[in-house]
Design a protein around this ligand. Structure first.
Ligand SMILES: C[S@@+](CC[C@H](N)C(=O)[O-])C[C@H]1O[C@@H](n2cnc3c(N)ncnc32)[C@H](O)[C@@H]1O
Length: 256
C-alpha cells in the first residue's frame, strides 16, 4: 500500500512531525500507562493504531514495552521509522488500514490516540474496527482510545478556518465544514512546502465523523468487550462526561 500524493497525511506527514502536534500522544501515552498500571494489567506488548509519526510508540518503547505501530499512511510511518532508527528503538511498523487490522502477535494493550478513530465514517466502519481490535488483544487485555465527542468535532473542527502551521519551510491554511445532521466534519489543508528555492503547493482533505456515546458503547459490547468505561478528558485529566465534554477517553476490557 502506497500513499497517493493527496491522500490524508501524505504531504502533511513532514509538517506534522516537525510541529508540536506530535506531543499530544506522548502525554496521552503517559496517561494511558497510568490507567493501565492501576488496573493491575501486566503489559508486555502494545499495538498503537493510527500511530502517525510514532510519538506514542517511541514513548512506550522507551519504557521497555514491545511495540508495533500501525498506520494507513506510508509517509507518516516513514517519519516514525526515521525517528525510531535515530533513537535506536526496535519497533515494528505496519502499513494497514485499521479496518483491516490483522496481527500475527496479539497485544496486551491496543491504543489509538488523537481522535484517529473519528476517521471512521459510520457505525459499520467503527464497529468493524472494534471487532478487529478485539481479535488482536490477549485475554484480559485492554483497548484504550480517545475521540472527539459530537460537540468536540463540531466546535474544534467545525467552521474554524485558520492558519494551521507557519514554520520555516511550511505554511498550511485550513478550511473546515461541519454538518450537524450527518455529524461529519471536513478539514481541507492548503499547504505550501519549500523545496530548495521553490515552493510546492499541496492539498489534502480529511473527513471525520462523531458518534453518540450509546453507539460507541453498543459497538464495543457487540464486538465482545465486557467492561467499558468512558471518561471526559480535560487538559490530560480525566473527568466525568458532561454535556460540555469535547474529547473522551474509552477504556474497553476483554475478559474479566
Ligand atoms: C491525528 S493523526 C494522529 C497520529 C498519532 N496517533 C498521534 O497521536 O500523533 C491521525 C492518524 O490516523 C491515521 N489514519 C487515518 N485513518 C486511518 C485508518 N483507516 N487506518 C489506519 N490509520 C489511519 C492517519 O494516517 C494519521 O497518522
Amino acid at each position: 500500500m502506497k500513499n497517493s500524493s493527496n491522500a490524508p497525511y501524505s504531504n502533511f506527514a513532514l509538517p506534522y512531525s516537525l510541529t508540536s502536534e506530535a506531543y499530544f500522544s506522548e502525554k496521552m501515552a503517559d496517561l494511558i500507562l497510568n490507567i493501565t498500571s492501576s488496573s493491575g494489567l501486566k503489559i508486555k506488548h502494545i499495538i498503537d493504531l493510527a500511530c502517525g509519526v510514532g510519538t506514542a510508540c517511541l514513548y512506550f518503547s522507551n519504557k521497555g514495552y514491545e511495540v508495533m505501530g500501525v498506520d494507513i499512511s506510508k509517509n507518516m510511518l516513514d517519519e516514525a521509522e526515521k525517528k525510531a532508527k535515530k533513537m535506536g528503538y526496535n519497533i515494528d511498523w505496519v502499513q494497514q488500514n485499521m479496518k483491516d487490522l490483522s496481527v500475527i502477535r496479539k497485544a496486551d494493550l491496543v491504543t489509538c490516540m488523537y481522535d484517529s478513530i473519528n476517521f471512521m465514517q459510520n457505525n459499520d466502519e467503527l464497529f468493524h474496527v472494534f471487532k478487529k481490535v478485539f481479535d488482536s488483544i490477549n485475554h484480559k487485555g485492554l483497548f484504550v482510545f480517545d475521540m472527539y465527542t459530537i460537540l468536540g468535532l463540531g466546535t474544534c473542527w467545525g467552521n474554524q478556518d485558520q492558519i494551521h502551521t507557519d514554520i520555516p519551510g511550511h505554511f498550511i491554511a485550513t478550511k473546515t465544514t461541519w454538518d450537524s445532521k450527518t455529524k461529519i466534519a471536513t478539514k481541507t489543508f492548503h499547504g505550501f512546502m519549500q523545496i530548495n528555492e521553490d515552493w510546492k503547493r499541496w492539498e489534502e482533505k480529511h473527513v471525520m465523523s462523531a458518534f453518540q456515546l450509546d453507539e460507541i458503547k453498543d459497538g464495543l459490547t457487540q464486538s465482545g468487550f465486557s467492561s467499558i468505561s468512558i471518561y471526559g478528558i480535560d487538559g490530560f485529566h480525566l473527568s466525568d462526561v458532561s454535556d460540555s465534554t469535547k474529547r473522551i477517553l474509552i477504556v474497553a476490557g476483554k475478559g474479566k
